[in-house]
Design a protein around this ligand. Structure first.
Ligand code: IPM
Ligand code: MN
Length: 361
């Protein structure tokens, strides 16, 4: 019998539903071509439901999500909803309650995609950032007192425990090992820990010692490197070719992966995964809900298609994932640019082109 996968779909707000539709078009083409089944269940969580009913994401939905093999998210955010409400209530709630402790962000420049970096091409920009996805400042430890007075105090703490650090590092080292075995262009490069241990002498020291110990004891053949996060920002721009697998804590990862998105050609192409290696993961395009482009059939669906490709890979459908990547590469070569409204094609046309390619590889 053909393998089948249950996938929870949250199209979300703004352009989310449009890019999700194209992502699904490509996933369906891959399932037909490679002989597996996708059972899709749509959920309407997002701004519209919240504005209508006041409900953001009930705990019962989290329990529903646990039964799926994977999840696929469009975008969350709406001009009529105060910033933070849906982000915390949907995206962060899913990440935390499903313990999606890895945020996997490939930063890969495909041929014919413009990067703002002068004299850099696909051979220079091909690395992965592993951002710890459940700890740090995002845990929300802290509080505020004397609010509204001149003496107001607010704290929000960077919280890490050894177990949270270790499981993230483990994932990073394993991925590095896998990439080294895949291609010699990766094996010459180190795995890089990014932190700020010259100032964050507690959390930075925890990460650094854990990194050194795990590397030395369990992965002695892997070359290790360390960058302060401010310096890493510089090197992402000046020497992106130095990086292969970079691992970092939550907030630093949030910041450097947006920089990563820009050097790989922008939010139109950047995809990511919120991964629980032992549980249910969720894949998403990195662009937001982009309300000004919504409903116009001009948004770039390539990031959502890339998120679908990552999902296939995580599900173990490696050949299908590779076919999708080949199709994406081919279609990107035909596009005028990766910017919304300037692709030379509409949203649905880009989806059609990729899906048709996948159907015939
Ligand atoms: C991201 C986003 C989220 C984050 C927001 C929307 C909560 O910026 O996925 O990078 O900060 O993690
Ligand atoms: Mn972010």
């Amino acid at each position: 019998m053909a393998k089948s996968y249950n996938i929870a779909i949250i199209p979300g707000d703004g352009t989310g539903p449009e890019v999700v539709a194209e992502g699904l078009k490509v996933l369906n083409a891959a399932s037909a071509r490679f002989g597996f089944r996708l059972d899709l269940v749509h959920f309407d969580f997002g701004a519209e439901r919240y504005l209508k009913t006041g409900e953001i994401l009930p705990d019962s939905a989290i329990n529903d999500f646990r039964k799926f093999d994977s999840m696929f998210l469009g975008a969350i955010g709406h001009p009529d909803v105060k910033p933070g409400v849906l982000e915390a209530g949907i995206l962060l709630k899913i990440r935390f309650s499903l313990d999606q402790y890895i945020n996997l962000r490939p930063v890969k420049l495909y041929p014919n995609v413009d990067t703002p970096l002068k004299d850099k091409g696909p051979e220079h920009i091909d690395f992965v950032v592993i951002r710890e996805n459940t700890g740090g400042i995002y845990t929300g430890h802290g509080g505020a007192t004397r609010v509204g007075t001149i003496d107001e105090i607010a704290t929000q703490l960077m919280v890490y425990d050894r177990r949270t650090v270790d499981r993230c590092l483990k994932y990073a080292f394993e991925l590095k090992k896998k990439r080294n075995a895949m291609n010699s262009k990766y094996s010459g490069k180190p795995i890089t820990l990014i932190h700020k241990r010259n100032v964050l002498t507690q959390c930075g020291d925890l990460w650094y010692r854990a990194f050194e110990e795990m590397g030395e004891q369990q992965y002695p053949d892997l070359k290790r490197d360390y960058n302060h996060v401010d310096a890493a920002n510089m090197w992402f721009v000046k020497n992106p070719e130095w990086f292969d697998v970079a691992v970092t804590e939550n907030l630093f990862g949030d910041i450097i992966t947006d920089l990563g998105a820009m050097i790989q050609g922008g939010l139109g192409v950047a995809a990511g995964g919120n991964i629980n290696p032992e549980g249910v993961s969720m894949f998403e395009p990195m662009g937001g809900s982009a309300p000004k482009y919504a409903g116009r059939n001009v948004i770039n669906p390539m990031a959502a298609i890339g998120a679908g490709m990552m999902m296939l890979d995580a599900l173990g459908e490696t050949a299908a994932a590779q076919a999708v990547e080949t199709a994406m590469t081919s279609v990107m070569q035909k596009m005028k640019s990766q910017a919304a409204g300037n692709m030379g094609y509409s949203t649905t046309e880009v989806g059609d082109l990729v899906a048709n390619f996948v159907a015939t590889v």
